[in-house]
Design a protein around this ligand. Structure first.
Ligand code: FAD
Length: 402
């Protein structure tokens, strides 16, 4: 979050009823603020929507959430039900040399990663200016950067590690001193009081359930079809929870594929999903095995639900493909990856030209500019997915600490 509220004034106007606007609206209403939320479209949720198809549910954006105690308590309060990963389907894969692997590194590459972990790297840049690629090469080595860090990064930000600023995107990974190895840094983090490890979960009734529950708590405060262009007339506190053209976003296509269990050459895939590093002869960024990892993702017993992702900054033209072109690619690539040998029963495609903000050095500088020019005094706040937290978990933690 950028800026602070003017606590002397209990009026607050929020622009945008995506998850960020709703979360901050709910938190401030509970604190006694008179909240008004303006949403330019005719629905709340922004990027987040759950479609209930005859085959099962489809998420247009966020599908899962990392749940720790704070998040769990918050969702309990709203009566939002969650589902954990099936205990027998916890495997996560990375694709390398034509196979899905739980460990994509060779024995020598693992040794090299361990050596890097204990080494104090010689850095030529200030820690806060390191890109994630520079951080990875220095603290993990090139193989781990290419085959672990890069696919993981693409799975969250849909961009390359070279485009991300480490301090902004993964602040906890950055050692506080230049003469520290990553091992020393991680050990110093573990000295802090232990908390239960966060678990990946999905929303039992789809992510939109959270939107609907927040909306029902704020129904008298939300004004739909209200496109706010002039901020000068707003009195009291102002919170911007909208995207901006001053920030670069990665483009993304997500396609949820429902397919017969019998359409796989061997067995239907088992686990949470697979990430695809670039240069491995597959255009997709990754594939989630929805119905293997979570119950209730399909309505038909004999069908499997998968979500495949395309695009990102390394393949921006994917969002310009037609649905028919995308379906052909999806068919060919699910055959190559998973041995699918029949037509899917249904494919639901969502294209986002501006999906996820790129947490780059440029964004760091833009956030500094906002602090100086917009949020320089209490009462002007920016709280959205480019202001520090891209995930729902991060946003919930932020509003819970207000
Ligand atoms: C494909 C995809 C997968 C994702 N997966 C996950 C995941 O698994 N887990 C996770 O935690 N996160 C995930 N995310 C990230 C998360 O979904 C987003 O960061 C989050 O939904 C963004 O919410 P927001 O409120 O910041 O912005 P938005 O959803 O963009 O909402 C902004 C709102 O402001 C409104 N608005 C804009 N201009 C105006 C105006 N002038 N006046 C009034 N209203 C206006 C818009 O109509 C919109 O409703 C994913 C994102 C994508 C795209």
């Amino acid at each position: 979050m950028i800026g602070t509220l003017n606590i002397q004034d209990k009026r607050v106007t929020i622009i945008g009823a995506g998850i960020s606007g709703l979360l901050i609206g709910y938190a401030l209403k509970k604190k006694g603020y008179q909240v008004t939320i303006h949403e330019k479209s005719n629905r709340c949720g922004g990027l987040i929507e759950t479609k209930h198809t005859p085959h099962g549910l489809v998420e247009t954006a966020a599908h899962s959430i990392l749940v720790n105690e704070t998040v769990q308590n918050f969702l309990n309060e709203l009566n939002v039900e969650l589902l954990p990963v099936n205990p027998k389907s916890k495997a996560r894969y990375i694709y390398r040399n034509g196979k899905m692997r739980r460990m994509p590194l060779s024995f020598l590459e693992i040794l090299s990663t361990i050596v890097h972990l204990f080494r104090k790297p010689k850095l030529t840049k200030k820690l806060e200016n390191l890109t994630l690629e520079e951080w990875g090469n220095a603290y993990l080595g090139t193989a781990a950067t290419q085959y672990l860090l890069a696919p993981f990064t693409a799975g969250i930000f849909a961009c390359l590690p070279s485009e991300l600023n480490t301090k902004l995107s993964f602040p906890k990974l950055l050692p506080t001193k230049t003469n520290q190895s990553l091992f020393q840094h991680l050990r110093s983090l573990r000295k802090k009081p232990k908390t239960k490890r966060a678990q990946m979960m999905v929303f039992k009734n789809g992510t939109e359930d959270l939107i609907l529950k927040l909306e029902s708590q704020l129904k008298d405060q939300i004004k739909l079809n209200s496109n706010i262009m002039d901020l000068n007339s707003i009195e009291g506190n102002l919170v911007l929870s909208t995207p901006t053209h001053d920030v670069d976003y990665s483009p993304l296509v997500t396609a949820t594929v429902f397919i017969s269990k019998h359409a796989f050459k061997n067995k239907a895939p088992h686990g949470v999903g697979v990430l695809i590093p670039r240069g491995e002869n597959l255009r997709m960024l990754g594939c989630l095995f929805n119905s293997s990892a979570f119950s209730g993702r399909t309505l038909r017993e004999d069908e499997v639900s998968l979500t495949v992702m395309y695009g990102g900054t390394s393949d921006p033209s994917a969002v310009t493909l037609t649905e028919d072109e995308l379906k052909l690619i999806i068919k060919a690539e699910t055959t190559q990856l998973l041995g699918v040998n029949a037509e899917p029963a249904h494919i639901e495609i969502t294209k986002w030209q501006r999906a996820i903000p790129i947490y780059s050095l440029k964004l760091t500088q833009y956030l500094e500019e906002i602090s100086e020019k917009f949020s320089f005094k209490p009462g002007k706040v920016v709280f959205t997915n480019y202001s520090g937290q891209v995930s729902i978990r991060g946003m919930i933690e932020t509003v819970q600490s207000l």
